[in-house]
Design a protein around this ligand. Structure first.
Ligand SMILES: Cc1cc2nc3c(=O)[nH]c(=O)nc-3n(C[C@H](O)[C@H](O)[C@H](O)COP(=O)(O)OP(=O)(O)OC[C@H]3O[C@@H](n4cnc5c(N)ncnc54)[C@H](O)[C@@H]3O)c2cc1C
Ligand code: FES
Length: 340
């Protein structure tokens, strides 16, 4: 492997970092403690879109949905995909985030499966034992690497366990039939090797005094479980409202824990949008978007965290913005698929 390194300068601030020609510009920045904005890390969400003002890059594999051709022509790049071909000057459009915690630079570990449990017809819990504790913030994710005959399959999963249990991470995964990673959940066995790299993500629970709105469907509950468990351990006194959507009663995991409220001021609103005759359910019905629409009159003075399916995150974010939520009080953990 070539060890050519280029210098990347952020403009106008003048901050610089090195980037090998084999690594993505985002990975190089995070490795050197510079937190560029990003989300999915695999070219889907456009959060890492930056303007390359000078220099040559290899754009990498990008879709025209995430980076339209006219933007590619104008010099925009997705830094989670792009690699340098020369020294670079990149326009830094980041906005200050007064509540951001110090960047935890990601590292790589060899780990192993500690437990696999089916929670609901679709959702599984995977526990992974690490050789050493991983420092992370509640709401962050890691990339798990599953060795297969075709090479290692890397996928992102948000921790459901709190940072205090950092040597054993729990994940909540939707099993997708045929999915390269999740499709094999039912065949994983204790002791099976997995690779882990992380932590990643900026959608972690911020400190503050405002009420916190949490919204998820399906496996989007994972980062929210981490946030609530962590908040409980820290004795967080804020009020939390959790809007959680599923199809039928049997699709709701962690019901006892969520209903008990973790010792927090937690309003838990499960809502079901696929009820069938005979389902025993006296809670809310309909989508989480509808539940948020009914419950929230004015969103100006809340912090909101939206987790899981990207279309739900977009719809609820538009709704909350229309109800006055300032952009800097909105955090996303959007589960973009790595494959088409
Ligand atoms: C930041 C981040 C955090 C994430 N956290 C979690 C998490 O905590 N729990 C979790 O379950 N997933 C999470 N995901 C999604 C996860 O990374 C994988 O994309 C997902 O598990 C599918 O991977 P796979 O290899 O099983 O399927 P693939 O082989 O990648 O895909 C197989 C097929 O399923 C389709 N597909 C992919 N996702 C879905 C879906 N959700 N529903 C229906 N079809 C789908 C694909 O388009 C493809 O056609 C997260 C993603 C990101 C970017
Ligand atoms: S982080 Fe690069 S496109 Fe999502």
């Amino acid at each position: 492997m070539s060890d050519v390194e280029y210098v990347v300068e952020l403009s106008p601030g003048g901050e610089t970092f090195n980037c090998g020609e084999q690594e993505t510009i985002l990975d190089a920045a995070l490795r050197q403690g510079i937190e560029l904005t990003y989300g999915c890390r695999h070219g889907r969400c456009s959060t890492c879109k930056y303007l390359v003002e000078d220099g040559e890059i290899d754009l990498g594999e990008v879709t025209t949905y995430a980076l339209p051709e006219n933007e590619q022509d104008a010099g925009w790049a997705l830094l989670c995909r792009a690699r340098p071909l020369s020294d670079l000057l990149i326009r830094d459009h980041r906005l200050p985030d007064a509540r951001a915690l110090p960047l935890l630079s990601p590292s790589s570990f060899d780990a192993e499966v500690a437990a696999v449990t089916q929670l609901t017809p679709e959702l599984w819990q995977l526990d992974v034992a690490l050789p050493a504790p991983l420092k992370f913030y509640a709401g962050q994710f890691v990339e798990l690497g599953l060795p297969t005959a075709q090479g290692t399959v890397w996928r992102s999963y948000s921790m459901a366990s709190p940072p205090s249990s950092a040597a054993r991470l729990s994940f909540v995964m939707k099993r997708i039939e045929g999915g390269a990673f999740s499709g094999g959940l039912d065949t994983l066995h204790v002791g099976q090797p997995l690779a882990v790299r992380g932590p990643f993500g900026a959608s972690y629970l911020r400190a503050g005094t405002r009420p916190v709105l949490l919204c998820a469907i399906g496996s989007g509950i994972a980062p929210i479980m981490a946030m609530l468990r962590d908040a409980a351990e820290r004795g967080d006194t804020r009020s939390f409202s959790l809007f959680y959507g599923a199809r039928r009663p049997q699709d709701l995991p962690f019901l006892d824990e969520l209903r008990a409220g973790f010792g927090l001021k937690l309003e838990f609103v499960p809502t079901l949008d696929g009820l069938e005759g005979g389902d025993a359910w006296d809670g809310a019905s309909g989508t989480v978007t509808r539940a948020v629409q009914h419950a929230v009159e004015n969103a100006r003075d809340i912090d909101a965290y939206l987790c899981g399916a990207p279309p739900m995150c977009e719809t609820v974010s538009r709704l909350l913005s229309a109800k006055g939520l300032p952009a800097e009080q909105l955090y996303f953990d959007r589960f973009f698929a790595a494959s088409a």
